[in-house]
Design a protein around this ligand. Structure first.
Ligand code: ZN
Length: 179
């Protein structure tokens, strides 16, 4: 258990939509299913893939959905089969600790306030130092080599506020996709 901050994985509605429709939510591009040739991770359970064994779906996703106005879509993966969403109180995901990442700290309004490069073992101190800054509202974690979005970190108290916005926006997103 970990209550200092929340780890926000891909919403379960979005993972379910991609698995059922094989389309990218909000964009409509075909999603691509394949046997994993890279470690991933799955943006829903935040586990790395078993190379050459597990199947994954590649699709386009905007990680700013529900919290900011300007989209910044990019490629992400989920397990092709059902998996459990990563618990928000699970702290920094263990499967991702060995991998170099970039922590982008944003203020509301999509203003990039600070950026820290982290390697194995440095994640907790980096997250803590960013969240101590009062101007930081949330952190986006990206893979440092691929550049792709992995998950978001929010303070425990702001997670509730953002969750309300997010759920209404997820409904809008899925509505757009069905058009
Ligand atoms: Zn998964």
């Amino acid at each position: 258990m970990h209550d200092a901050y929340r780890v926000i994985a891909l919403p379960s509605e979005v993972a379910a939509y991609v698995r059922d429709s094989r389309k990218s939510p909000g964009y409509g591009h075909p999603a691509h299913r394949e046997v994993a040739q890279g470690y991933g991770p799955c943006r829903h359970c935040l586990r790395t893939f078993h190379l050459g064994e597990e199947e994954r779906i590649l699709f386009t996703y905007d990680p700013f959905t529900g919290i900011e106005q300007v989209p910044l879509p990019g490629p992400v993966y989920v397990h092709a089969e059902n998996c459990d969403r990563y618990p928000e109180n699970g702290a920094y995901p263990n499967d991702l600790r060995p991998h170099a990442a970039v922590l982008n700290a944003y203020a509301s309004g999509q203003r990039l306030i600070a950026q820290i490069h982290v390697d194995s073992g440095g994640q907790d101190a980096a997250v803590e130092s960013l969240l101590q800054r009062p101007d930081v509202d949330y952190i986006e974690v990206r893979d440092r080599e691929a550049g792709c979005y992995d998950f978001r970190i929010e303070r425990a108290e702001t997670a509730r506020t953002l969750a309300r916005k997010r759920s209404s926006n997820a409904e809008n997103l899925l509505r757009c996709s069905s058009q």
